[in-house]
Structures are given as structure tokens and as C-alpha cells.
Design a protein around this ligand. Structure first.
Ligand code: GTR
Length: 416
């Protein structure tokens, strides 16, 4: 059988896509090219033209437009010694509007004898602050949480029985021993994670009433990202925290959130996406594992309505996820995958960090120190970090150790 040249070309392109992680094709759209087609050759052009253009495109076509920051107020709740004297625990409430529901309950652990303001990791948790540690002083979450029959969590209300049951994802002692603090709050506090027509959570508080919801109105990921910035506002008011060294971290849907929050808010020092997959670090045009069609069908509240129009039309998107990572430049950014997490498409996540690399090279002459996908459990750390861990979709101590090493490496770096 003879093949036409067109067919051979199509076949070659398809094969090169399959092998993308080893020999990547150029990610589309090109990072260093304006929508007009003009090349971006200087850092000033990136900052003044391409970066604002991309932020607008992500807002309009994917995550939706968030409201401007609101002024926050802090209500201290508790402070005490914790973890056998190794830590200071602080709990406070961030109030971001007058409505009674407009609050976020935050807990932080800091090394007890820190010499000055402490750099911290900031992350949403899924199930309530009291689930990250067995510490009995942490308040049981009063916000919406996911049901969990095994823990007797029903009706989306947390209880004492779930205290500490997610502790394996939060190695507080290790983080403190390495000289960092941990700050966390429950994502359900800012926006419950189910499709309710955007009536509860921060949407219910801040969205204009009695108006048709625009197609580019913010979804839940934008809401969670907006909330991360309000927690950062609160850290900036407390001298125990080094607000210029806040490493934002998120796992899975909250990894998507971390990237979007870090892309928009340049005060974040480091941005870390753990197993974030589709709508996070994974290159959408590969359409492996979870696709744009599937994610919008299963989670209609995560993105803006415009994004639903790209189901099975990834190639028509004016953006892709390498550009989201590039929006963190020149700040240190980290993407991690797990070998068995095919749903999140590890090769697609790696492709996106490669696609962001030219922007880092332009802005700081540093980026990802490899062109091919690193071996399992062999992290590659430059201004961009990447690792693929053995095992499943999860956030484990070994991931944290890589993040701590990465943070150490960039201690000298401060955001603008
Ligand atoms: C899955 C979803 C993924 C990922 C994950 C999670 O069901 O398909 O996009 O976000 O949930 O957040 O745990």
C-alpha cells in the first residue's frame, strides 16, 4: 500500500504528538507571540503586552473574571504552643465583606523559635482544618465539607470524628523542622464545591443580584484563587509571616487553583501545582486522560460558561496550559505529576512546563534544566521545577520534600 504525502505527514504528526514528552512539538499558541502575530522579544514586551493579553484570554475563555480585591478584616481566634512545644499555632478568621458568610477560618503553624518573619507554604485543604492534624485545639470546620461516610461526615457538616484523618498529606513537623510555616484553610469556606447555580459562597456574597450571569463570570476555581489572595492579605498584616515568601501549593483541583491564583497575583513567591491535570498544568490540546469536554460535564461550576464551548475543540482555544505556567514567570514555579495518575496526563503536564520555558529564559535566563521528561522520582529543579513521582494521584511526604528543597533553592528570590 502506498501512502499519500499528506497522509504520511498526518501520521508523522500524530506519532510525534504521542511521543510528546520525549520529543515535544512546540506548544500552541506560541508563548512569545502576540495575538497579532508579532513576536515578543523583550521582557518589557512580555510584561506590558503579552502577559496582560494572556490574563485577559484566561479570564474570558476559561476561569472567568473575578471581582476586584475587597478590604479584609482579621479576627484573631486563638494562639498557643503546639506539637510538643515545637510550634506556635495561630487561628484567625479573615472577613472579606460584611455578610455573615463572608469569612475564611485559617490555621497556621510556625516554628516556635523562629528568628523573624517566617516563609510559609499556603494551601487550601479539602475537608476542614481539623483534618490536617490530630492537634485537638484546631477548630472543627463549620463550613461546607465533602461528605465522607467512613468518617460519618453527612449533610456536608464536619465533626470531631474526622480530626486528623488527612494528616498524612500534611507533614507539619517536617515543614517546621526545615524552617517553614504552614498556613491552611478549607476551600469550602470560600465556595462549596458543587453546582448550585453560583448562589452560595463568595459568589453569593459578591456577585451582582438579579442580573443574567455573563458567560465569562467567575467559576469555583477563580473563587478559590481569589480566596488565596485574601489569605495572603491577612498574612501581610502579621509580622510573624514573611509575606514576601509565601509558597502557594495545591493538589489536584486545588493545584489548578494554585496556578490560576499565582498567575494573577504576583505577590506569591513560589507556585506549586501537585497532580493538577486538566485545567491545571496538563496541556489541553493533547486531550489525554481528562479532557475539556469531560471536566466541564462533571464539574460545570469550575470554569466560566465560555469554556464549555471548547468541549472537543481544544485546538480552538486561544490559550493552553503552558501559558498559565508562563504567567508565573519569572517567579519559581513547580509542577509535579504521579506516574500512575494517567487521568491527569503526566506527559501533558511535562509538556506544559517545557512550553513555559522560553518565557523564563527571556525573563531570567533560567527555567527547566532538562528537555526530556525526567525519570521517575528524579526531580529537575531550575527556576521551573518538575518531578514525576512513582505511585498514584496524591500528595505525599516525598512530594513535600522536593517542594522544601525547591523552596530552599529559591530563598534568595523575592517577588517584585
Ligand atoms: C477529579 C477531577 C480532576 C481532579 C480531581 C481532584 O475527579 O476529574 O480534575 O481535580 O478530581 O481534585 O481530586
Amino acid at each position: 500500500m502506498t501512502r499519500s504525502p499528506q497522509l504520511s505527514l498526518a501520521l508523522a504528526t500524530a506519532l510525534s504528538c504521542i511521543a510528546a514528552a520525549q520529543a515535544p512539538a512546540r506548544c500552541e499558541p506560541a508563548a512569545l507571540e502576540l495575538r497579532s502575530g508579532a513576536p515578543v522579544t523583550t521582557a518589557t514586551q512580555w510584561r506590558e503586552q503579552r502577559r496582560p493579553e494572556l490574563l485577559e484570554l484566561f479570564r474570558e475563555h476559561m476561569y472567568g473574571r473575578s471581582p476586584a480585591p475587597t478590604a479584609i478584616r482579621i479576627e484573631a481566634r486563638e494562639e498557643g504552643e503546639a506539637l510538643g512545644g515545637a510550634a506556635t499555632r495561630k487561628q484567625w478568621r479573615v472577613r472579606y465583606a460584611d455578610a455573615p458568610a463572608a469569612t475564611i477560618e485559617v490555621v497556621a503553624y510556625l516554628p516556635r523559635h523562629a528568628a523573624g518573619p517566617t516563609p510559609v507554604f499556603l494551601a487550601w485543604n479539602f475537608d476542614g482544618n481539623h483534618t490536617i492534624t490530630a492537634d485537638p485545639e484546631v477548630r472543627v470546620a463549620s463550613c461546607w465539607v465533602r461528605d465522607d461516610a467512613r468518617r460519618g461526615v453527612e449533610g456536608n457538616r464536619a465533626n470531631e470524628a474526622s480530626r486528623g484523618y488527612k494528616a498524612r498529606r500534611w507533614p507539619v513537623e517536617v515543614i517546621l523542622q526545615r524552617g517553614y510555616g504552614l498556613v491552611t484553610a478549607c476551600y469550602g469556606d470560600i465556595d462549596p464545591d458543587f453546582h448550585d447555580g453560583f448562589e452560595n459562597g463568595v459568589h453569593g456574597v459578591l456577585d451582582p443580584v438579579a442580573e443574567e450571569r455573563p458567560d465569562d463570570a467567575w467559576g469555583a476555581i477563580s473563587a478559590w484563587a481569589w480566596g488565596m489572595s485574601r489569605i495572603l492579605d491577612s498574612l501581610a498584616l502579621d509580622r510573624d509571616f514573611d509575606a514576601q515568601r509565601v509558597a502557594l501549593l495545591g493538589h489536584s483541583r486545588l493545584g489548578k487553583t494554585a496556578l490560576w491564583a499565582g498567575a494573577q497575583d504576583e505577590r506569591f513567591w513560589i507556585v506549586i501545582s501537585n497532580d493538577s491535570g486538566c485545567g491545571g498544568a496538563a496541556y489541553s490540546r493533547r486531550a489525554r486522560g481528562e479532557t475539556v469536554a469531560v471536566i466541564n460535564k462533571n464539574f460545570p461550576h469550575w470554569f466560566c460558561r465560555n469554556f464549555h464551548g471548547y468541549a472537543d475543540r481544544e485546538r480552538d482555544l486561544p490559550i493552553d496550559q503552558h501559558l498559565l505556567i508562563a504567567l508565573c514567570a519569572p517567579r519559581p514555579v513547580y509542577v509535579a505529576s504521579a506516574k500512575q495518575d494517567a487521568w491527569a496526563d503526566p506527559a501533558g503536564e511535562f509538556l506544559s512546563v517545557l512550553g513555559a520555558d522560553p518565557v523564563y529564559r527571556l525573563l531570567c535566563q533560567d527555567g527547566l534544566p532538562t528537555r526530556s521528561m525526567p525519570g521517575v522520582d528524579e526531580p529537575a529543579h531550575g527556576r521551573i521545577g518538575y518531578h514525576v513521582r512513582s505511585g498514584k494521584h496524591d500528595l505525599l511526604l516525598v512530594d513535600w520534600r522536593h517542594y522544601l528543597d525547591f523552596a530552599d533553592r529559591h530563598l534568595g528570590h523575592r517577588p517584585r
